[in-house]
Ligand binder design. Structure first.
Ligand code: OXD
Ligand code: MN
Length: 589
């Protein structure tokens, strides 16, 4: 039954139905009864498997096609009229050409299938931050995941009324042909189309496609920022809670920082940390001139391998109910799940992520896919912030950028001002580990961790960041961290995880003028005595080493940035070119 009389919505859905030709159309009202019916149906067809309901209540396992297990940047497109508006870091195709190509692929793709109409909201329904979307999909898996990751149901239609202001999304699994897989954003039409994939990051359109690629365009037009950032609240012994956001490329511990647990000594003194978001932040200027952040998502789509009682007990606890696991291993003895580094007891009677028998003795590959995931409700998280559902978000004191650098970047430094902070974000990068293709140690630049997610020209995006300065009377301070410096044996010097709070404490003190700093060529660094080392096995000498700036390495770094900036040509904001010149001058002085 149709859940709205909105003609914009009905006309658009009718067109998509005529194109894809599903056998039936089901509208998702968001009720538990309807979702439960869909879970039962998906269990009956084998699309998902019900797990041990005593140990993992409400949890299910899904296996995706083995060729369809990750985001595919090579198949992801920004289709705006002018190629130069997409910029050198995005794939582009002319919208007319792309629509024509896609129409052929979608034509009749839902024959014999059901189309589900998912009305969803990014942010709290009715909040000034909120944005609405409708995803049409032929996948129950997508419906169930979207219902965890976003706010779904009738309330969205009620809120929209007759408005045409919603993001249109069409997803068809088709035949999962990797050669014809497309994840396409049409920012000028507020439209998202994905086909031939069932993998989360490609097809849960509310997340990366909408909340970053489309929303970054909306933010530019409307004067706000859509960022690939965690949001963390830090409560000090006085009971004050101060918030930071953090942008990190993948494999830099973003989820761990988002759910940080204070070191024991800090806990005893009354410190607490609160997770507002683990992946995406929408940032707007509040009436007080500060930057306020909301997490537009309602769940966590996290990487399972490596998540354990030590690395991230909060994430692990979050996955113990109401969670959909994708491509992890199934323990046949007790119908629970397992993944690498969950614990030291791999199941001996298991199915791997492809559904083949697996045991540690005979294993030829990992039990869980390295990019296997959990889709878990944020409200399960033991440290979820009481402000999680606050429609106005939380005020941000600091923005933290970070990457994985063996030598160059110190443990932490503060930018000189907003412009320099934008520069620091724009030169962000991470060194490739042995696990990834390419030369080990080579730096992959990933500005603001937005390389795969910025929905328009990266240089225009930097300009937008620079322009935002005018409207933020009380801007957050901008920092860079690096938890990954290594010694001559390649071992990490800084213990990381919980201990990172010691660095965040210094960052917050800087924001509230509670501590000094020393000025260096690259920005402000802590005085060695100003980072609390009580209760951690790190000496002042080691800390001094972590806080050292090697001028020769930084000269190489500056040269690397110059090379990276070249591709942006005339579009590179002059402020950033000046920042690079100034950095080199200071290094050569
Ligand atoms: C994610 C990503 O899945 O950034 O969050 O790839
Ligand atoms: Mn992410």
């Amino acid at each position: 039954m149709e859940l709205t009389k909105n003609q914009h919505i009905l006309n658009w859905i009718n067109e998509q139905v005529a194109l894809t030709k599903p056998d039936q159309v089901i509208w998702i009202d968001g009720s538990e009864a309807q979702l439960e019916g869909l879970r039962e149906e998906a269990c009956a067809t084998g699309e998902i498997t019900k797990l041990n309901q005593e140990k993992l209540p409400g949890c299910y396992l899904h296996r995706s096609d083995p060729t369809d297990v990750a985001r595919v940047e090579s198949r992801t497109f920004i289709c705006c009229k002018k190629k130069e508006d997409a910029g050198p870091t995005n794939n582009w195709m002319d919208p007319e050409e792309m629509y024509a190509k896609l129409r052929k692929l979608y034509d009749g793709s839902m024959k014999g299938r059901t189309m589900y109409v998912i009305p969803y909201c990014m942010g709290v329904v009715g909040s000034p931050f909120a944005k609405y979307g409708i995803e049409l999909t032929d996948s129950i898996y997508v419906v169930l995941n979207m219902a965890i990751m976003t706010r779904v149901g009738q309330a969205i239609f009620d809120q929209l009324g007759d408005s045409p202001d919603f993001i249109k999304g069409l997803h068809a699994k088709a035949n999962l042909d990797p050669e014809e897989r497309y994840i396409v954003q049409f920012p000028e039409d507020n439209t998202i189309m994905s086909i031939n994939s069932g993998y989360g990051g490609n097809v849960l359109q509310g997340t990366k496609c909408f909340a970053l690629r489309i929303a970054s365009n909306l933010g530019r037009q409307e004067g706000w920022l859509a960022e690939h950032m965690l949001i963390l609240g830090i409560q000090n012994p006085k009971g004050e809670i101060r918030y930071v956001t953090g942008a990190f490329p993948s494999a830099c511990g973003k989820t761990n920082l988002a759910m940080l647990i204070p070191p024991e000594g800090y806990q005893k003194n009354g410190w607490k940390c609160w997770c507002v978001g683990d992946d995406i932040a929408w940032l707007r200027v509040g009436p007080d001139g500060r930057l306020w952040a909301v997490n537009p998502e309602k769940g966590f789509f996290g990487v399972a391998p490596g998540t354990n009682e030590k690395s991230n007990p909060n994430a692990l606890a979050t996955t113990q109910k109401g969670t959909i696991f994708t491509n992890v291993a199934l323990n046949l003895d007790d119908n629970t799940v397992w993944w690498e580094k969950l614990d030291k007891n791999p199941p001996h009677n298991a199915l791997d992520w492809k559904g083949n028998p697996w045991s540690p003795e005979t294993a030829e590959g990992p039990a869980a896919h390295p990019n296997s995931r959990f889709t878990a409700p944020a409200e399960n998280c033991p440290c979820i912030s009481p402000e999680f559902n606050n429609p106005n978000g939380v005020p941000i004191s600091a923005i933290i950028f970070g990457g994985r650098r063996a030598k160059t970047a110190p443990l932490v430094y503060q930018s000189r001002d907003w412009k320099h902070g934008v520069f620091v974000g724009s030169i962000m990068g991470s060194e490739k580990t042995a696990a990834a293709e390419g030369t080990v140690g080579e730096t992959r630049r990933d500005p603001m961790a937005m390389l795969p997610f910025c929905g328009y020209h990266m240089a225009d995006y930097w300009q937008h960041w620079l322009d935002m300065e005018q409207s933020i009377a009380n801007p957050p301070k901008i920092f860079n961290v690096n938890w990954f410096r290594t010694d001559e044996h390649g071992e990490f010097i800084w213990p990381g995880f919980s201990e990172n709070l010691r660095v965040v404490e210094w960052i917050l003190k800087r924001c509230f003028d509670e501590v000094g700093a020393r000025e260096t060529e690259i920005g402000y660094l802590p005085n060695v005595e100003d980072i609390n080392l009580e209760g951690v096995d790190v000496s002042r000498e080691t800390l001094a080493d972590l806080l050292s700036v090697d001028k020769d390495l930084w000269k190489e770094e500056a040269a690397g940035v110059r090379g990276f900036y070249k591709q942006f040509g005339d579009k590179l904001p002059k402020e950033l070119a000046q920042e690079l010149d100034a950095l080199e001058e200071r290094l050569n002085a």
